[in-house]
Design a binder for this molecule. Sequence first.
Ligand SMILES: [Zn+2]
Length: 348
Amino acid sequence: MDPKCKFPTADEIDKLICAEIPDKEKDPELYNIISECMIHGPCGSANPSSPCMEEGSCSKLYPKQNVKTTNIDKEGYPVYRRRKDGHFIEKNSFKCDNRYVVPYNQTLSLKYHAHIYVEWCNQTVTEEGHKNLQNENTPSSKDEIQDYFDGRYVSACEAMWRILAYPIHYRQTAVLPLTFHEEGKQPIYYREGESAQNVMDHDSLDESQFLALFQLNKRDEEARKLLYEEIPSKFIWYGEEKYFFRRKTRTFAIWRINYVPPTIDDAYHLRILLNSIRGPTSFDHIKTMNGVVHKTYREACYALGLLDDDKEYIEGIKEAHFMCSPKFVRKMFVRMLLLAVLSTPHIV
Ligand SMILES: [Zn+2]
């Protein structure tokens, strides 16, 4: 926008918005509409029971001041022209003068013949300090939600979006996480300052979604036929009770086992196994292939044929060995280790 267009002048506002009673002789139609739709009150002492009255005064701040010309106040808000011209409209036998006129736009009022309150929207940004100044210095007084309201800026687009009541959030096909962890590495929750012994005595220590899966597989034959990510199709997880219940309604949600990057070796391979092994009842069960309990999840993956062999990488190193310096070959191997592309680097 051109900078000179940003700040309204009184003339520009007057062209669009008026807060005075129209001339009855010159413009009788507009006069009728304004007297019918755009006169506030009467309120104040003339009508203390008016709906706008709060604690003895008008909540909309009527009657306004008489002002000779439109101007912009210190905060950047427009103050509309309301001259003392002797015009008034009688309402409930009270003479309402220009101070009682709700700002209107002539064209809109004439076209719609309705109460259309028009305001000049400015671009002022106000900054307010934290309201709870008393406890400002204590860390516990920090109110992040209040800070957000104090610090947010509602733009014209956002304001219109909300006025028209468009949705501000929605969820389409819920995607929910299935958690898992390695043996003895379930998350533990405890209060600040709680002793280690107390934490270790918590009943919740052995309660995790993943451990509950083992219990479910031990007691339910149907569950044993399912992969972990298929469990929610027949069972529903109640986090508070840490228990999988049989599903009664046919609701739909997509469940995903939490992602783990390849660099977290054990958890990564455990996740691969969970996508292949049905009905595990213990951590050892997951590592067991053909009656052999493997030491690591990676070895179990390998035994199950889930990992590619490293043939192409081995061939690559062999080829480099003929053409490149030993230093380059070592670098190449290190890069393969860092990128975790090798399934069994100790064999390579
Ligand atoms: Zn009022």
